[in-house]
Design a protein around this ligand. Structure first.
Ligand code: 26V
Length: 818
């Protein structure tokens, strides 16, 4: 029996077609018969936006008038992906869309694909922010996403003939972008540079220049919740459209310089992840969006009030700091309270520390942001003074607690050596109520290692919220076949907003006919992917092989090298006849490397060349293929994940904070081969050890090996398969005989190997043998895959948001008038 769900929009397909028709005619000025897919996309998106308008306005009004505390999710990245199909699903117009396209004679897939993907993030951190705004709206939590509307998102990746990554600008705004609504009335002035003056004992910051922050609002429709939250992305503009004096001196080009400089702030997303460069423009971006957002929140919750009582601010909104990127918001709120509203220090500090919370997304020490005090002083002189005082007060508190000087020095927010630095993670920990990691193991390591001094002194601040992903985009939209089967198996589609219901599938893992239908879903998804791959990338993929995927940013700690070395070893075994009747596989990689990260780029080149050599070798035909589609992005994830059978999560233990790809794969019925790292630990606990391929060193082993003096060479010498694979790379098999090409990579493997790829190689080869054995028993494999789906409901971002509400924000969904 199918349960009744919330009513969908009461509109027929024909009525929707009529709306689209009039959008084409009156908004786009194109004739229905000559409309291109991109025109239809704009017309449909505009029609959908009209349907959102009422709910959007009502949600905003309720947020301001209601007395439920709102959440401001501050993030430099929101990797939202295409909007149209998500919006159609969430407002309940997906069926009408299909009917309307049929009536109008357009191909719905082409229309959906005509939307440019907004790549406003690097990877996991940005995608997580997008999943969280989706869940906040779906749960009915009054919330804003606050971020930056970059003109250029993450670069488009291409490969050259030699297999090297080439970065191309991602100009995603070439065509009309129907979602963003520019709201000039909510512009904010953001200052930079200048000096701090004292007037009657009060400090006044006089910036040398300022820019106009203009909000571009994106609707975030909740799934069947009737709520539409706002993702407010700021764009920088100049106040001085033209410098008249320069123009009069006939310096036309010079006259537009301030405008160009102001607009540069939000021009481009930094494609680095994890290694902060300390760049001035990046600090400008951070301050720009955070300052605008804080002022915007005050304007929103105290409309028209000249003397608002900001002591109530923490009851109106709390800000979640997505990593350290928005942490400059802490001294900014202090400055606003002290200098603009005249509060005393203690009151301002009390308000501020009750407003902010900080999520840490890393364990790599080099990824913790640190800014030179000199740079902050140049750009934000008043903020540096405030940071200095926060630090002084903090140190005094530590002294009063009787901590020793060495420890206090280790904990300082502002270091006091020759080149003083501001440690943003420390500032965030001191300037807010809670600090959380993003998976159990990660939060534990934050307490025990990365932020140990702080956790010792303020244990009550530390907590965990394990990441999650939205089932709407990553199951329902990406995998319609599996979704239909799940709904049928459960007799309801309510799992989409209550993912723990997937548990109900567990008994069906022993139902032969359900298992067969599940297997057919995977096979059909694999066939679809092969067609997509052929059309999009021009390469052959054999859907009869096992699909084995490793898709994520390229980083040494994630160990794409381990995977490619294993592929090379397998290739060598095929060549020398020792591979036996190996299981035919297609190995997929998807990965962008930071443009300045030489080792990562060399790994990309190696993977491409291994793929090329294997492809050209007739001895391997039908047994092993490597496919590395360019430009891994949300769209590609949505195609590849549902078709994948084996997911690789093979980071060195203790390095991946969480991972979220692992959750998407498990929910789509792939089995994971992985280390005990990040959220893998929790996935394995839930899906069952027998349904997860665990291998490799654990955190304690890694620590012990470092302490003993790790020697990668000894592992290379001990395993002939590894020695052979490394020799082949070194000997030029994948570089047309040129031994220099991969020399730096090989030398790193043999002498440093910081992430212990060599030490884990043998275990990895052994587990791959187990994978093969398991896969040969298709009934057993599919049973495991179904149990992965059934037991992964915990990894919904709805659950994560509920954890944030309970453990950190102490607020709840707001009652709705609808
Ligand atoms: C750092 C930087 C530094 C400077 C320039 C730009 C930039 C952009 C992003 C980052 C943050 C890197 C941290 C990060 O992305 N962490 C990932 O967060 C995921 C969501 O929590 C998590 O699943 C991944 O394990 C973690 O690596």
């Amino acid at each position: 029996m199918t349960e009744v769900t919330a009513p969908k929009a009461s509109l027929s397909g024909s009525e929707f077609a009529g709306e689209i028709r009039s959008k084409l005619k009156y908004q786009l000025g194109v004739d229905e018969s000559s409309a291109k897919a991109s025109d239809v996309y704009v017309a449909v998106a505009s029609a959908v936006r009209d349907h959102l308008s009422d709910s959007w306005m009502r949600t905003r009004a309720e947020m301001v008038q209601g007395n439920t505390k709102a959440v401001g999710y501050l993030s430099a990245e929101f990797l939202i992906g295409r909007q149209l199909s998500n919006a159609l699903l969430n407002v309940g117009l997906d069926e009408q869309f299909a009917l309307a396209m049929k009536e109008l004679g357009f191909d719905q897939d082409e229309v959906i694909a005509a939307e440019a993907e907004p790549g406003l993030g690097n990877g996991g951190l940005g995608r997580l922010a997008a999943c969280y705004v989706d869940s906040l709206a779906s749960l009915g939590v009054p919330a804003f996403g606050y971020g930056i509307r970059y003109r250029y998102g993450i670069f488009r990746q291409e490969f050259d003939k030699a297999g090297r990554q080439v970065e191309k600008p991602d100009y995603w705004l070439t065509q009309e972008e129907p979602w963003g609504h520019v709201d000039y009335h909510r512009s904010q002035r953001v200052g930079f540079g200048g000096t701090v003056q004292e007037h009657d004992g009060a400090k006044v910051w006089e910036p040398a220049w300022s820019v106009r922050a203009v909000p571009v609002d994106y609707p975030v429709p909740g799934y069947e919740s009737g709520r539409v939250n706002t993702l407010r992305l700021w764009e920088s503009r100049s106040y001085d459209e033209f410098d008249l004096s320069a123009f009069n001196d006939s310096d036309y080009m010079g006259a537009v310089v301030p405008q160009v400089e102001a607009e540069n702030i939000t021009k481009i997303l930094y494609p680095e992840d994890s290694t902060p460069q300390g760049k001035r423009l990046r600090l400008e971006q951070q301050y720009f969006f955070v300052a605008a957002s804080i002022h915007d929140a005050i304007a929103t919750f105290y409309p028209g009030q000249e003397h608002p009582d900001l002591r109530t601010f923490p009851e109106k909104i709390c800000f979640q700091l997505n990593d350290t990127h928005p942490v400059i918001g802490i001294p900014e709120l202090m400055r606003v309270l002290l200098d603009e509203y005249g509060y005393d220090w203690d009151t301002a500090w009390d308000i501020t520390t009750r407003t902010f919370n900080y999520t840490c997304h890393t364990l790599l020490p080099e990824a913790l942001e640190v800014w030179s005090a000199q740079l902050i002083g140049e750009l934000l002189p008043r903020h540096l003074q405030i940071i200095d005082r926060i630090d002084a007060q903090f140190v005094e508190g530590l002294e009063n607690k009787g901590l020793d000087g060495e420890r206090i020095d280790r904990m300082r927010i502002l270091t006091r050596d020759g080149n003083p630095q501001v440690r943003m993670a420390f500032l965030a920990t001191v300037g807010g109520l809670h600090v959380n990691g993003v998976a159990e193991l990660h939060s534990q390591l934050l307490r025990d290692v990365t932020l140990k001094d702080f956790s010792d002194v303020f244990p009550e601040r530390f907590t965990n919220v394990t990441n999650g992903v939205t089932p709407r985009r990553f199951v329902r939209l990406a995998n319609p076949r599996l979704s239909a089967l799940i709904s049928e198996g459960l007799g309801t589609d309510r799992w989409m907003s209550d993912l723990e219901r997937l548990q109900g599938l567990a008994p069906l893992a022993d139902d032969a006919s359900f298992v067969e239908r599940f297997a057919e879903v995977k096979r059909a998804n694999k066939r679809d992917f092969s067609v997509f791959a052929q059309q999009r990338y021009g390469f052959e993929v054999d859907p009869g092989t096992m699909f084995d995927s490793m898709v994520k940013r390229l980083h040494e700690y994630k160990r794409q090298s381990l995977k490619i070395l294993a592929v090379i070893a397998q290739y060598a075994a095929i060549k020398d006849g020792t591979a036996g009747d190996m299981l035919p596989r297609t190995v997929f990689f998807g990965a962008k490397a930071a443009p300045g990260y030489a080792m990562a780029k060399l790994t990309i080149r190696l993977i491409n060349n291994v793929a090329r050599v294997i492809d050209a070798d007739p001895d391997v035909a039908g047994r092993l293929q490597v496919r590395f589609p360019e430009n891994y992005n949300i769209e590609l994830a949505e195609h590849l994940i549902p078709a994948t059978e084996l997911d690789e999560q093979i980071s060195q233990a203790g390095k991946e904070a969480s991972g979220t790809g692992n959750m998407k794969f498990a929910l789509n019925g792939a089995l994971t081969v992985g280390t005990l790292d990040g959220a893998n630990v929790e996935i394995r606990e839930r899906v069952g050890a027998e349904n997860f391929f665990l291998f490799g060193l654990e955190v304690e082993d890694v620590d012990r090996l470092y302490a003993e003096g790790y020697d990668p060479l000894s592992y290379v010498q001990a395993d002939p398969r590894l020695r052979k694979a490394v020799d082949m790379v070194a000997g030029g098999v994948f570089s047309e005989g040129d031994r220099d090409v991969y020399a730096s990579l090989v030398s790193d493997w043999l002498t440093k190997d910081y992430f212990m790829t060599m030490a884990d190689f043998t275990a990895y080869m052994d587990i791959q043998q187990e994978v093969e054995d398991a896969y040969r028993d298709q009934a057993r494999w599919n049973r495991s895959a179904i149990l992965n789906v059934a037991n992964s409901g915990y990894f919904s971002s709805d659950r994560s948001i509920k954890d944030y509400l309970e453990r950190i924000w102490h607020t709840s969904p707001s009652p709705s008038s609808i």
